[in-house]
Design a protein around this ligand. Sequence first.
Ligand SMILES: Cc1cc2nc3c(=O)[nH]c(=O)nc-3n(C[C@H](O)[C@H](O)[C@H](O)COP(=O)(O)O)c2cc1C
Length: 371
Amino acid sequence: MLAKRHSVSPTPGCTARFCPYRKPVRDLLPSHRPGLVLAPMQDVTDLPFFRLMARHGGPDVFVTEYFRVTADSKPEPTILRSIAENDTGRPVIAQLIGQDAAALVRTTRALEDRHPVAGIDLNLGCPAPIVCRKEAGGGLLRHPERVDALLGALRAAVRGRFTVKCRVGFDSQDEFPRLLEIFQRHPLDGLTIHARTVREGYRTAVHPECVAAAVATLPCPVIANGNVVDTATGLAFLRQSGAAGLMIGRGAIRHPWIFDRLRAVWENRPVPAPCGRDLLAYIQALYELTAAFQRSFDPAKHVQKMKRYLGFIAAGTDRDFDHQIRRVNTPNEFDSVCRHFLDHDMPLPETPPADSNVFCGFTALTQPVTT
Ligand SMILES: Cc1cc2nc3c(=O)[nH]c(=O)nc-3n(C[C@H](O)[C@H](O)[C@H](O)COP(=O)(O)O)c2cc1C
């Protein structure tokens, strides 16, 4: 089943209970085009990364990497910095992960009372085995009754915007209708769907029909996530789901211009076409900004951190670049390999290779839909 195509007029208002503090996520999104959100990514989407994305056009909304919430946890200071020192001019939603309702409520109060958060988001999608074993993140999807209880507790506690980021099920997307029934019971201010099951990890195509079902069922804005790697996949996901916006993660690490390119398409202006040297400048800025953010700088460790970003960035560039960057150990080696392959003015490929083992299954979004 395919829902209506994306409409540029706002979707109908949230039917949430009256609450003097409540503000819909719709307020954070532009009314004339689909919204753009940077996906939360642990060890990636910190304050320097927010700043760098904003420099390249960036999303409309940021979401922090998750605060791990347990009975005796305190909000992680580094993640708090991405809220307290956010100078991008864009709002930041704080994401929580956990399964202890009292602890989640306590953390919500601490964040909303003391920090300028634009909302609280609950992670119902993390597939990491260590998280799922503790019945948190994606692991909670195996226990719909617990999801129901947690959403009840959090909806009552969150004074501002309360959003959820989920997958479409744990083992199968057939679990999604039951999840939607639960989401309907707790007036959410927004729902982001990484449209794969937990079992599917990052390996498969996404299920846009699940996002379409959520759009047709819920009164709040629904944001589509997963496998948006370029403008074509972004536009196709919106067309197939009717979502109010896109959340983009790995595609933004690889190509920080992705948000601005989408905006340019919607605003009917020339689409930015960066070249090798622009990518080099982005990598150099990422190196400098993330290095300056660390309390104690260790060059060798920093090169390893950069190599994790490069795992996404190198996809679609010269294969030898990917090969050589995996082997560098020192800042000098890192710099000279980047310069060797990227110090040129040829346009960058916008799309990763179809056989990429980092970006899997994205071509399904742009293949003709069979009914
Ligand atoms: C390195 C990495 C870290 C992630 N950390 C989080 C996280 O803290 N919270 C969360 O909800 N999702 C997390 N995700 C999932 C992303 O937010 C997103 O749902 C997923 O990458 C699919 O979107 P994409 O295809 O645009 O990357 C992470 C993904 C990656 C690759």
